[in-house]
Design a protein around this ligand. Structure first.
Ligand SMILES: *Cc1c(COP(=O)(O)O)cnc(C)c1O
Length: 363
């Protein structure tokens, strides 16, 4: 027997790890700096590491109180009820819960192009269909209600990523409001704030007071430095009170992940340093790279480099791994994550050398 027809399902293409690249090039992983997955360059919070160690002797039991504690802590932080916080295995898990809660087979979702590839994947897993709205480079990837509404045709879910991956652009809060008010009553607008901590704009979570067609996703993978543990959440309308229990995968957020997330939430100094360094780095890239970059609200910048594949290849051989955005439909750009100050400076040096060389060989 065979699985169902999966031809419409595309595999997720992750940024490549230092270890993988080192093996391929016969280098030492220590010689490589990975700036291709928007991870936190500071390592995890020491408090999170301690919480992980403390949790180790308890992992023979299912996570229950840790999950409830994390839900309560997030509810308090966002001033919402505990029922509105859907803790999940990464924000990707929360996207799945929203698909499960909302989509009937054949329902359509509207996703940004370029955009985060898990939105269409999740919709298809849940027997949904996918339409796209275009964020155009000619328009500097501007995110306005019009860019979305021009393509909108009553889809059941509309995804907005702010700050956007890979462009870094943001949608202003009044524009999110306009979008919420312009779509049909039974369209859910998912505002993905995976990079929200790095932004200077307020979160869309506050809009839940006045809008019941909004869900906001957030993650511990970026500013909280816990990508390897897989922990995130959605904040959903108050009226959805009992839906979580009906759609969540039991115990998907692990004991270790919940405990680490609680500790990371409390380590304000760690998050502050992470955010400050990223804000410094994105400005540094903007000022110092010999390639145009778009203003970014995240912990990365998108840079226009000409031949992305050639530039990413050459940079990798010199120890800097960046993300070739060809798979996002932008073969002339690379996305470069914010490193520590030292890593960021090194990345600019390497990329500027590489840009000069690639330019000299294909003028
Ligand atoms: C990183 C990222 C996420 C969340 O990833 P998880 O690790 O699953 O929490 C969600 N959306 C976007 C746009 C991202 O870049």
């Amino acid at each position: 027997m065979q699985p169902r027809d999966l031809s419409a399902h595309e595999a997720y293409v992750p940024g490549r790890g230092a270890e993988e690249v080192a093996r391929e090039l016969g280098m030492d992983p220590e010689e490589l700096t990975k700036l291709s997955s928007n991870e936190n360059p500071h390592g995890p919070s020491p408090d999170a590491v301690a919480a992980i160690e403390d949790a180790a002797p308890e992992v023979h039991v299912y996570p229950k109180t840790s999950h409830a504690d994390l839900t309560d802590a997030l509810a308090e932080r966002w001033d919402v009820t505990a029922e509105q916080v859907w803790v999940s295995a990464g924000a990707d898990g929360a996207l799945d819960y929203l698909s499960r809660a909302v989509l009937e087979p054949g329902d359509r979702v509207l996703t940004p192009d370029p955009g985060f590839s898990y939105y269409p994947m999740s919709a298809r897993y849940h027997h949904g269909e996918v339409a796209e709205y275009r964020l155009s480079k000619a328009d500097d990837f501007a995110q306005t209600p019009e860019t979305v509404l021009e393509a909108y045709d009553g889809e059941r879910i509309v995804y907005v990523t702010t700050p956007h991956n890979p462009a870094g652009t943001e949608m202003r809060r009044e524009d999110v409001v306009e979008l919420l008010e312009s779509v049909d009553e039974d369209t859910l607008v998912v505002v993905d704030e995976a990079y929200g901590e790095y932004s200077e704009r307020p979160s869309a979570v506050e809009l839940l007071d006045d809008h019941d067609n909004l869900a906001v996703t957030r993650t511990f993978s970026k500013a909280f430095g816990l990508a390897g543990l897989r922990i995130g959440y959605a904040v959903v309308p108050e009226a959805w009170a009992d839906a979580y229990a009906r759609v969540n995968t039991p115990f998907a957020a692990s004991e270790v992940a919940c405990r680490a997330a609680l500790a990371a939430l409390d380590d304000e100094a760690y998050v502050e340093t992470s955010v400050e360094t990223a804000r410094w780095a994105r400005r540094y890239y903007h000022d110092e790279l010999d390639a145009p970059t778009w203003p970014s609200g995240g912990n990365f910048v998108l840079a226009e480099v000409g031949d992305a594949t050639a530039v990413a290849e050459a940079a990798k051989r010199r120890g800097i791994i960046v993300r070739d955005t060809s798979s996002f439909g932008l073969p002339e750009c690379v996305r470069v994550s914010c490193g520590t100050r030292e890593e960021t400076k090194r990345a600019v040096e390497v990329l500027n050398d590489v840009l000069a060389e690639v330019e000299a060989t294909n003028p």
